[in-house]
Ligand binder design. Structure first.
Ligand code: SAM
Length: 329
């Protein structure tokens, strides 16, 4: 999700849950929720007929929270602390997999997690609460690498100016808090007009994506889902910004007949194996009622596909539109 204005202890409202359940119906068997969060999707899947849900999250706080709500479900809910790029290590032969990308409202709203440019907190941004922090990245990466992250991961056009300002500031004093970083970014950009996003939105998004390797995780998650679903199993992915959506769209097109396959003038080579069939070519978006009730649904896109029996395919990260930093292959 994008960094919306936080509000105190706002619960995480799941997005696109009704169309997801409709696209997955009839829901049955064992599902894996690779982004458990507050468990909104997991509970909806259980209510819709899933026999069991394996709930995966890299954030120990999500699992702590789940231990409470999941208790009444007994062994219908299994909790795993881990990353969705390894979901095929946690389960095989699944009837369905959901991924609802990004951070939860709980993560965003807690100042000490360091995701929000609206609240002062340590510059952390780690979903898993371990490994290098955003402060480590911002204080050590060289200027060119920072500019690339801001530009390629956040589509920030002032990336070079911001990277230069960061490097200048950190030579005076370490950058350790969210508001400190927000202020550096703000000074590099024109003031936002009413209704426009906060100037630090794109930079915070880019740094968060880098700290959590979100694009690497996404490709790894799609590939792991392809390995873990049984034929007929459903993959549903909700994205919140254009780069993520492009990666999911191209992955599913490439692995389905949505990938083209030639025309009268350029006939297809021998029919390629197809690992998925698309539920619909277009992404599903929020309707008026959901948009009114949950502003976070504005940028959400849901894509749903059904696994075939074909062996897993081979992924070309560049062709999927994954932004590649120097050193990435
Ligand atoms: C948008 S929230 C999901 C909300 C959930 N659908 C709900 O209804 O409450 C995303 C969650 O996925 C987790 N997450 C993000 N990337 C992950 C990854 N690669 N592996 C495992 N969990 C991840 C985050 O920690 C966060 O809790």
């Amino acid at each position: 999700m994008s960094a919306a204005a936080p509000s105190d202890d706002a619960p995480h409202i799941p997005v696109l849950i009704a169309p997801l359940i409709e696209a997955a119906s009839p829901v049955s068997g064992t599902w894996l929720d690779g982004t458990l969060g507050a468990g909104g999707y997991a509970r909806a899947l259980l209510a819709a007929g899933a026999g069991k849900v394996i709930g995966v999250d890299r954030d120990p706080a999500a699992l702590e929270m789940a231990a409470e709500w999941a208790a009444p479900f007994g062994d219908r809910v299994e909790l795993v602390e881990g990353v969705f790029s390894r979901l095929d290590d946690y389960a095989q032969g699944l009837d369905g997999i959901v991924l609802d990308l990004g951070v939860s409202s709980m993560q965003l709203d807690q100042a000490q997690r360091g995701f929000s440019f609206m609240r002062d907190g340590p510059l952390d941004m780690r979903m898993s609460q371990n490994g290098p922090t955003a402060a480590d990245l911002v204080n050590t990466a060289d200027e060119g690498a920072l500019a690339d992250i801001l530009y390629l991961y956040g589509e920030e056009r002032a990336s070079r100016r911001i990277a230069r300002a960061i490097v200048k500031k950190r030579a005076e004093v370490p950058i350790v808090s969210t508001l400190q970083l927000a202020e550096i970014v703000e000074k590099c950009l024109p003031r936002s007009k009413p209704g426009q996003a906060h100037p630090a939105t794109r930079s915070f998004q880019a740094i968060r994506i880098a700290v959590n390797d979100e694009y690497g995780e996404l490709i790894g998650g799609l590939e792991a889902a392809e390995r873990a679903l049984k034929p007929g199993g459903i993959l549903a992915v909700v994205t919140f910004h254009s780069i993520e959506d492009r990666m999911v769209k191209r992955f599913l097109q490439d692995r389905s007949d949505g990938g083209g396959g030639g025309s009268r003038h350029a006939p297809a080579e021998a029919a390629q194996p197809r690992q998925f069939t698309l539920k619909s070519r277009k992404a599903i978006t929020a309707d008026e009622a959901e948009l009114a009730a949950n502003p976070r649904s504005r940028s959400a896109k849901l894509r749903v596909a059904v696994r075939t029996a074909e062996a897993p395919g081979v992924t070309d990260r560049k062709a999927l539109g994954m932004p590649l930093l120097k050193g990435d292959r």
